[in-house]
Each structure stands twice: as C-alpha cells, then as structure tokens.
Design a binder for this molecule. Structure first.
Ligand code: SF4
Length: 400
C-alpha cells in the first residue's frame, strides 16, 4: 500500500506476524490473487511490482510461493472458506511453464476448498504463449485468459517496451482459442504517445472483430513508479484526443454487444470478470506473491515487495506480510462508494446519504451531476453514466 494512500487509516497497532490469523474474513467465499513478478523487460509506462527473470529466480520464487500457500492454508479460519476465484497476475505469469502453474494450482486446491466452477484467470503476454503452453494451462484448470495486447501499432509497441508485434498478438489470441479458451479477455491502452484517433479506431475495430469475450482498456497514466513517470515521455495525445479515444471505444464496444460494466472494462453478457468484481464490490480476498495486496475483515495488507526478501521471509517460515492497516468506518464507506461507482451497477443510494451528511459542497456537486445526467438513479441504486465515468476522478477525490 503506497504511503499516503487515502483509503488507509492512521497506523493502528497491528501485529504483522499474526495479522492474517487475527483477522478472519467476514465472508465464507474469497478470491485469491497470486502475483508472479517476473518480466523479460520493463515497459516504460509500468509501475507494477516487477523483477528481472534472473537465473534460478523462478525456481526460488515457486518454492516460496508453495510455502506461502501452505501457510495461508494453515490459518485457523482457512478450512471454513471457499475460493470462488483465483487470479494469477503480474508481472508476466505466462513466463510460468505449464507444469509449474499446475503445481501451484494443485497446491492451492490441496490447501483450500476451491469452488468446482471457480474462475481461474492467468494474465498472458503474447510473446510468451504457445498453443501447447495454453493447453497445459487449460489442463491445469485455468478457464480464463487475459491477453496483454495494449496496441496493434508496430511503431508504438517497441516504444512501450513490449516484446510482441501486431501479428504476434493475433497469433496469441488464436492460440488461446485453439487451446480451448472460451473466456478470453484482451487488454488495450489508449492515450499512448504517437496514437491518434484513426490508429486507435483501427486497433479497436480489429480486436473487436477477433471476438473477445472481455475487453479491458486503460488510458495511459504516468505513475511515479514508472520509467516514463520519472523521465517523461513525448508525443502524448492532447486531452480532447484521449476523450475522443474513450468514446470511440465505448461506441464500438456497444456496437459489438459488449457491456461497459466498469470504467475500463467491457464484457459480453455473462463474461464479466468475477475476480475483479470482488475488488469493485469491496469484498474480501487473499493475496500471495511479492507485493500482493489482500483484504480481510477490515484489514488491508500487503506482502513484502522485493522478490528476494519475499523468498527469505518464507524460507524462515513466516508469512511475508510487510504492512497492514485497518480502515475506519468512514474510509470503508468511501472505498465502497468509489469502487462501486466505478461499475455500471453503481451503489445503493442509501450508501451515499451518510457520506453527504453535513457536506454541503459535496451534496451540491452530486445534485449538479444528477442534473447533468452524469449520475442517475435506477430504483434504489445510483450509478455513473458513461459520460460520468469519464469525469469520475473529480467526484472520487471529493468522496474520499
Ligand atoms: S506492463 Fe506488464 S509486461 Fe510490461 S513491465 Fe509491467 S507487468 Fe511487465
């Protein structure tokens, strides 16, 4: 959890060594996020927790991950919870050999009651998958793939630091389908340096013609932890150009029957990401892997970020929790509001009222948004419209 995160309460007295044992989840059903930190090369825009794939690093990581899963499974409340989703993210999880991924998933199933129809997702980069590897993933129980395409412009992709080209992206998509993946998501990015509206339209139309079940599209942000955030990058499209790119995708996705169900996510009916919905519903999830964040009860926690230190902690027999903080009721409410308003389902209107008590400016802002049809009431719920999604950051800052 970054310092100064607005969701986080003032430091409370939490014993890190026993924080997961001491804070049983309220729910019986959880998600599990597994972080695989390795990448062949760091992309310029990336601020995720990544590590270079050095000799022997994957084997050390896998050994530590198995230990962590064993320790999580031995928590006093673990036997009473079920896992409804497992999301293997990164980093580049598709650097995992199929047998290593299968062993990790077997370890999870040995320690936890995993729903028979659990959604099991693996993030894949196009250059690191083959049909054979993906068939191995499928045999291991993976039933959803998320393919990091980002762009189909062969002049932009190398600039991003990506290792695939447009043909490779298409080949990876086809390999996933040929391997039997019936729940396939594609990631794209807009607002990229050198990307104009025509180029974006071509990429969107091409990817939608592939027929993905789910599409995630993120506008580029220059985060402090990224190479571009530190050094800057030239050629970024103007703000209006980025807005036009957002709308171009929203209209094209709707024309292809995809529902815009979260600010950055589109899905065919019944293909929403179940795991990500756990986050947006502010529900509970476990975490494993370096830097992975979890949420149990009212406690948000994060693992040690550096992969060697993560491995050392587990070699010493300890869960690698580096920080944990308890959310205050006000912070919890703000989080539920903000995460819920990211989705097309919105939040119960009743959740908004306590946040507006004594907050005249915020109440006025909400009424203005209603008048401008950026925020609409549907039965007993309130939600942002697609125009509201686009401007939501300003509202979210005030809701904190
Ligand atoms: S964007 Fe993905 S592939 Fe690129 S460095 Fe970050 S985690 Fe690795």
């Amino acid at each position: 959890m970054p310092a100064g995160d607005p969701f986080v309460a003032a430091p409370a007295e939490i014993a890190l060594a026993s924080v997961l044992a001491d804070n049983p989840p309220a729910a019986d059903t959880l998600g599990l996020y597994v972080h695989v930190p390795f990448c062949t090369k760091r992309c310029g825009y990336c601020s995720f927790n990544t590590a270079p794939l050095e000799e022997g690093a994957m084997a050390r990581y896998l050994e530590a991950l198995h230990r962590e899963i064993d320790l999580l499974g031995a928590l006093p409340w673990a036997a009473r919870v079920r896992l409804a989703t497992v999301f293997v993210g990164g980093g580049t999880p598709s650097l995992l050999a199929a047998e290593d991924l299968a062993a990790a998933l077997d370890g999870i199933r040995a320690r936890f009651d995993v729903d028979a129809d659990a959604e099991i997702t693996v993030e894949c980069n196009p250059e690191s998958v083959t049909r054979q590897k993906l068939e191995g993933y499928r045999a291991a129980g993976v039933n959803r793939l998320s393919l990091g395409v980002q762009s189909l412009d062969d002049s932009i992709l190398p600039r991003l630091g990506r290792l695939h080209d447009a043909r490779g992206a298409r080949a990876a998509f086809e390999a996933a389908r040929a391997a039997g993946c019936a729940n396939l998501s594609v990631d794209l990015m807009y607002g990229l340096p050198g990307l104009d509206l025509d180029g974006w339209t071509r990429a969107v139309d091409t990817v939608l013609d592939w027929g993905p079940d789910h599409l995630s599209a993120y506008g580029l942000t220059l985060d402090a932890g990224s190479l571009w955030g530190a050094a800057g990058i030239e050629g970024l499209p103007a703000e209006q150009e980025q807005i036009d790119q957002y709308w171009r995708l929203a209209h094209a996705a709707a024309a292809h029957g995809l529902e815009h169900y979260e600010i950055s996510n589109y899905a065919r009916p019944r293909f929403r990401s179940r795991h990500n919905q756990i986050y947006w519903h502010a529900a509970e999830y476990l975490a494993a892997g370096p830097g992975a964040c979890g949420f149990l009860g009212r406690v948000r926690y994060a693992n040690v970020k550096a992969t060697p230190r993560y491995c050392e902690a587990l070699a010493d027999g300890a869960l690698p929790v580096a920080s944990a903080e308890q959310l205050s009721p006000r912070q919890r409410l703000a989080e539920r509001l903000i995460l819920g308003l990211r989705t097309a389902d919105g939040v119960p209107t009743a959740w908004l009222e306590p946040r507006l008590d004594g907050e005249r400016d915020l109440r006025r802002r909400i009424e203005t948004w209603r008048a401008q049809a950026l925020l609409v009431d549907t039965g007993d719920r309130v939600r942002l419209t697609e125009a509201g999604f686009l401007l939501s950051d300003a509202l979210f800052v005030e809701l904190l």
